[in-house]
Design a protein. Sequence first.
Length: 352
Amino acid sequence: MSREFIYSALPMRVVFGAGSLRQVPAEVAALGLSRVLVISGPRQEAVAKQVFASLGSRAAGILPTAREHVPAATAAAACELAASLGADGCVAVGGGSSIGLGKAIAKELGLPVVAVPTTYAGSEMTPVWGLTTDGVKRTGRDPRVLPVSVVYDPELTVSMPTELSVTSGFNAIAHAVEGLYAPDASPIVSLMAEEGARALVTALPAVVRDGHDLDARAEAQHGAWLCGAVLGATTMSLHHKLCHALGGTLGLPHSATHTVVLPHVLAFNAPFAAPAVAALGRAFGTDDPARYLWDLADSLGAPGSLCELGMAFTDIDRIADAVTASPYANPRPAGREVVAALLRSAWEGALG
Ligand code: NAD
């Protein structure tokens, strides 16, 4: 097989391990930051306060207002606060929503972000930003929004409810799946995808059995790191495009939407993505990775249909139109009718 690829490594600094939250002040100091804004969502405010206190005189303020899909008004208010405080950097504590708000500040004001992820979403490993205005989510790439340091502390993921642990893990697996068949896939990224997906499907059942199992939490976070790095290095395809439209337009919950949609898109793409299916087969120990993910999600109690997530059947056409309005990458051509059919299967919760 002839191989041609371009691989451009993203700069990444990772501090990994139980208790590594204590390393945040050292990371901030090493970056020479002296007036840091600590960002979180409302549910992570206690950890944000802990980080704020640990930063001492290097902490300038705290902002616990992060929300899913980064509403433009929330981002504008955060930028205003950062500017008024004279902040020279941010520490974003939380899931993709908190890190997304940190990225919005980085994009607007050029401030470096230290990320402390508490879910498996992977945003901390990507130069991808998102902003939602009037129900329309725009995303783009900008190297300035890539966090300059990422502190992974599995202890911070223990508080994730079981359902979020599972769906967030599936969100990460989706990055691996689409990275494996991306038009700009490359050998090292594919290795990360395979190992990331393997780690997550191994760890998630153990996490569901015992959410306090720190070894399982660390294994899941190791997988999330790799899958996030895959997302940061490759072009997203139909699956991510569908989930962005469903989340940005209908406000469906991000990680649960990924969990429901992924087996449908993978089953559709599988005949056109043999190397990806082979890699996932090795990672999962199966020759049908779409069915495997479907069964795993079901056995771990994840939501099984877009209907269950609150989507109205009548919204299918709107989403199919939004997804196909502009071109996107995908190994298998998928026009408007195909996308609508995939959405109908995912809405019903029936894997072909
Ligand atoms: P989230 O950050 O919205 O968190 C979901 C909920 O869980 C929130 O209420 C949050 O406060 C809570 N939570 C988070 N961590 C917790 C913990 N450890 N314990 C208890 N509760 C916790 O969810 P997410 O799935 O991490 O992120 C979704 C957002 O991130 C979306 O807007 C998505 O588009 C974005 N995202 C962006 C990228 C990127 O590369 N730009 C990648 C993945 C996700």
